[in-house]
Design a protein around this ligand. Structure first.
Ligand SMILES: [Zn+2]
Ligand SMILES: [Zn+2]
Ligand SMILES: [Zn+2]
Length: 164
């Protein structure tokens, strides 16, 4: 239904990628460009989400393991695609983080579905809505609107009664 809308946008803030016309392209882009991690080969530290973080870690903990000019190569060779989502992976709402804490989301397909739903919402509203709190206001507005339309139908029927 949404396939023809160019509505998929990279959720990483510093990215200037164009909009993506399919969920597949968009998620591929995020995984290939951004969802990477850097694993320390010298110890069992959990993977880092930025190359600079691994660099700092190696400098701080493993500077004896090799000359510093090899560091860029070491860091480059430590880059791997992330195959497990993190609690912080949705920048658009808190729900992902909450549900992540409750049930460990095992794979990226759940994240794709979750973020994909946001994209569809964005396409429907045609405006970026970063504040999840706005949802409540919207519901109230909708209620007011439906009350008004009920009033309108009352007026219409009164007019008909008054008619010639
Ligand atoms: Zn991007
Ligand atoms: Zn290490
Ligand atoms: Zn979300």
């Amino acid at each position: 239904m949404f396939r023809d809308l160019k509505s998929y946008v990279c959720t990483f803030v510093d990215c200037d990628a164009e909009l993506f016309s399919s969920q597949h392209e968009w998620f591929l882009h995020e995984n290939q460009k951004h969802r990477r991690e850097w694993t320390c080969h010298f110890c069992k530290h959990r993977p880092f989400r930025a190359s600079s973080a691994l660099k700092n870690h190696i400098l701080a903990k493993h500077s004896k393991n090799g000359p510093k000019d090899e560091l860029p190569d070491i860091v480059a060779n430590s880059e791997e695609p992330i195959n497990r989502p993190a609690a912080s992976d949705c920048p658009l709402c808190d729900d992902w983080e909450k549900s992540f804490a409750q049930s460990q989301h095992g794979d990226l397909s759940k994240l794709r579905k979750h973020l994909g739903r946001h994209m569809e919402q964005l396409a429907l509203f045609a405006l970026p809505r970063a504040e999840p709190d706005e949802d409540n206001e919207e519901e109230q507005e909708e209620e007011e609107l439906s009350e008004k339309s009920q009033d309108d139908s009352c007026y219409v029927s009164t007019d008909e009664d008054k008619g010639p």
